[in-house]
Design a protein around this ligand. Structure first.
Ligand SMILES: Nc1nc2c(ncn2[C@@H]2O[C@H](COP(=O)(O)OP(=O)(O)OP(=O)(O)O)[C@@H](O)[C@H]2O)c(=O)[nH]1
Ligand SMILES: [Mg+2]
Length: 246
C-alpha cells in the first residue's frame, strides 16, 4: 500500500513538472511572438523629418502633432510622436539638424523609415546651397540602395517674401548635386567606396532626381509659421503627400 502511494505521488510530481515546463515554454513563446510583433509594427512606420539646422523641422513637428505654434530652440535630441492619417498610425521623428548630430540620429532611425521629409529653409537656401546639397547627397546615398523610400523635399518658410519657390530650388539643387557628384567621383579614385561616395543618378547624364533608382523624390512648399496664432500654417501640400504615403 505504501509502495502504491509513493508511486502515485511520484507520478503526480512528474506530471506537475511537465506541466510547469509546458507553461514556461508557452510564456517564452508568447514573449518572443510579442517582441516580433512589436518590431514589425515599428518597422516602416516612421516619417523622418530631417534637414539643416533652423530649417523649421521642430515647428513643423509641433504643427503636425498639436497643430500649434511653439517657440523653438536648436534641437539636441529627437522628438517622436504618433499621428493618425488615413486610419494608419505614423510615427513622426524630428531629427536635430546640428552637423554633429544629424548623421548619428538619422542612422539610428533610418531602418524604421517609411518616408523622409527633407526640410529646406527657402529664404537662406542659396547661401547654404552647398551644405543643403551635401547633406541631401549623403542621405540619398545611404537610403536609395536599401529599399524604395518616398522622399519629400519641403521648401519651408514660404510666408517670407524672399523665399525661393520649389521649382527654382529643384533646378539649383540638381545643378549643385551634379557638381558634388563630379567631386565625389574624382575622390573615389583615391579613396575606398563608402556610402557617401555612391554614384547617384545616370552615368554620362546631368544629375536629375528622376534618374534615381529606387526612390521617389517629390518637391513641395509650405509655411510652418503664421504671425497670428489663430491662423493655420500652410501645410496643404505636405498633408497631401502624407495622405499618399500613409
Ligand atoms: N517665417 C518662418 N519662420 C519659420 C518657419 N518655420 C520655422 N520658422 C522659424 O525658424 C526657426 C527655426 O525653427 P526650428 O523648427 O527650431 O528649426 P529646426 O529645423 O528644428 O532646427 P534644429 O533643431 O536646429 O535642427 C524658428 O524661429 C521658427 O519659428 C516658417 O515657415 N516661416
Ligand atoms: Mg529642431
Amino acid at each position: 500500500m505504501k509502495k502504491y502511494a509513493k508511486f502515485i505521488s511520484e507520478d503526480i510530481d512528474e506530471s506537475q513538472f511537465i506541466g510547469i515546463i509546458v507553461a514556461v515554454l508557452c510564456i517564452i513563446l508568447t514573449l518572443v511572438l510579442f517582441a516580433i510583433w512589436r518590431r514589425r509594427k515599428s518597422v516602416g512606420r516612421s516619417v523622418l523629418i530631417t534637414g539643416l539646422t533652423d530649417a523649421g523641422k521642430t515647428l513643423l513637428y509641433s504643427r503636425l502633432l498639436h497643430s500649434k505654434f511653439v517657440h523653438t530652440h536648436t534641437s539636441i535630441k529627437e522628438n517622436i510622436g504618433d499621428i493618425i492619417i488615413n486610419n494608419n498610425s505614423l510615427r513622426i521623428v524630428d531629427i536635430p539638424g546640428h552637423e554633429r548630430l544629424r548623421y548619428k540620429f538619422f542612422d539610428k532611425y533610418k531602418q524604421t523609415a517609411r518616408a523622409v521629409i527633407y526640410v529646406i529653409d527657402a529664404v537662406t537656401f542659396q547661401k547654404d546651397l552647398r551644405d543643403v546639397a551635401e547633406f541631401l547627397y549623403t542621405l540619398l546615398s545611404s537610403i536609395t540602395h536599401q529599399r524604395n523610400i518616398p522622399i519629400l523635399i519641403l521648401c519651408n518658410k514660404q510666408d517670407q517674401t524672399m523665399a525661393k519657390g520649389s521649382a527654382v530650388i529643384k533646378t539649383l539643387l540638381e545643378k549643385e548635386m551634379n557638381l558634388l557628384r563630379l567631386t565625389k567621383s574624382s575622390q573615389l579614385e583615391f579613396t575606398d567606396a563608402s556610402s557617401s561616395n555612391i554614384f547617384l543618378g545616370k552615368e554620362g547624364k546631368d544629375f536629375e532626381f528622376t534618374h534615381l533608382n529606387n526612390s521617389n523624390v517629390q518637391f513641395a512648399e509650405c509655411s510652418a509659421f503664421s504671425k497670428d496664432p489663430n491662423t493655420a500654417a500652410d501645410l496643404e501640400q505636405l498633408n497631401i503627400w502624407l495622405n499618399k504615403i500613409a
